[in-house]
Design a protein around this ligand. Structure first.
Ligand code: GDD
Ligand code: MG
Length: 352
């Protein structure tokens, strides 16, 4: 009864201009390791979940890319969303589909674009999580000890007395807080970052969706009979336009009162932004992380530089910037303002 759904439909907009809507970063070899983030993610799960129980949920435009990159995935397990509605509809879809075929299914929902260094520890944590949610009605998430006040993550306050073993009760869940709050949370020592990897019985997450996103629940529920039939895709075409665009974090996790957390240590990093990539790249003695052969750095520190064409890129006197040169875009942005890249993109699109 154990399943995995890898969410691979996002745009990775904070990783622009390397991550583009036609080719988002989960399909890229961001860390230069010879495989894309999605490929690493699939492999990691294939170590302990049979491939017929691994699903990849993606935006329909990326389905071919997924097929090409993951030849081991069953064709029927590559699920195509007709539009991009963020992660709550994605979870509602896979949970409804699995529930219809296996009401006792237990599911890991995972992002497709993270770095996890210690696979053995990761698998061990997932096993503990499965074991817990198999026995209790609980929405479980994996927590990471925070290192700095990154405002792009969920912050989870947890009770220091465990339910059992390494599973702790969650007191509050705050998605993407303001910087001042993030600082306070970190200083208090009671908070973990949400890794965005969730484990639950499909039955229990559907109950939560029914409670906190009742309209969305109804829309999926009404079309339930078509899941796992040749009419599934047509049903999705009716369902998706009716769904609000909301993440599972805002839609469910902030509100639910049965959330549990496993504080985890498996060398996790969200490669969601230039800063997090910077943290995981090799740096020169002045703290510059450089990808690309034609980059010259003079009197500059702590920059992340990526030059992906043949142009010579020279930096002088620049500190703590993101400099990314692609064929059609040059980005120069303060490293601390990286969360805003998402907003510029919306602005840029509007003005074009
Ligand atoms: N199928 C599908 N459909 N996948 C999607 C969609 C969608 O509409 N939108 C996003 N995804 C995928 C992304 O590709 C990514 O793998 C994953 O879902 C999470 O989405 P992000 O957009 O990257 O979320 P986030 O990084 O802002 O925040 C989440 O992750 C953080 C940790 O990395 C939250 O769960 C935070 O609480 C968490 O701290
Ligand atoms: Mg992310």
């Amino acid at each position: 009864h154990h399943y995995v759904a890898i969410m691979a439909g996002g745009i990775g907009s904070r990783f622009w201009p390397i991550s583009r809507s036609k080719y988002p970063k989960q399909f890229l070899d961001v860390l230069n390791v010879g495989e894309s983030l999605l490929q690493s993610t699939f492999k990691r799960f294939a170590h302990f979940i049979p491939v017929e129980n691994i699903f990849i949920v993606t935006f329909e435009d990326y389905a071919d890319l997924v097929k090409e990159q993951i030849p081991d995935a069953l064709e029927a397990n590559i699920l195509r969303e007709p539009s991009r509605k963020n992660t709550a509809p994605c979870v509602a879809y896979i949970a409804s589909k699995l529930h219809q075929r296996d009401p006792d299914a237990t599911l890991i929902v995972a992002p497709s674009d993270h770095l996890i260094l210690d696979t053995v520890a990761f698998i061990d944590t997932c096993r503990q999580a499965f074991d817990y949610v198999d026995r209790f009605v609980s929405l479980l998430t994996l927590g990471i000890r925070p290192t700095y006040p990154n405002t792009g993550y969920g912050y989870i306050q947890y009770d220091q007395t465990p339910y059992e073993g390494n599973v702790y009760p969650v007191i509050t869940f705050t998605e993407k807080p303001q910087l001042e709050f993030a600082k306070t949370f970190i200083a208090s020592g009671d908070f973990l970052w949400n890794a965005g990897i969730f484990v639950w019985k499909v039955r229990d997450v559907l109950t939560a969706i029914e409670k906190y996103l009742p309209e969305m629940y109804e829309v999926f529920h009404a079309e339930e009979e078509y899941f796992n039939t040749p009419k599934e895709q047509e049903a999705l075409e009716r369902i998706y336009p009716q769904c609000v665009n909301i993440s599972i974090d805002y839609g469910i996790m902030e509100k639910a009162d049965n959330v549990a957390i496993i504080p985890s240590e498996f060398g996790w990093s969200d490669l969601g932004t230039w800063n997090s990539a910077y943290e995981n790249m090799d740096k020169d003695y002045l703290g510059n992380a450089v990808k690309g052969d034609n980059v010259v750095i003079i009197d500059a520190t702590k920059n992340v530089v990526q030059a992906s064409n043949n142009k010579l890129v020279v930096l002088q006197g620049l500190d703590e910037f993101v400099v990314v040169d692609t064929n059609d875009v040059l980005l120069i942005c303060k490293k601390e303002k990286e969360q805003e890249i998402k907003d510029y993109m919306t602005e840029i699109k509007r003005n074009k």
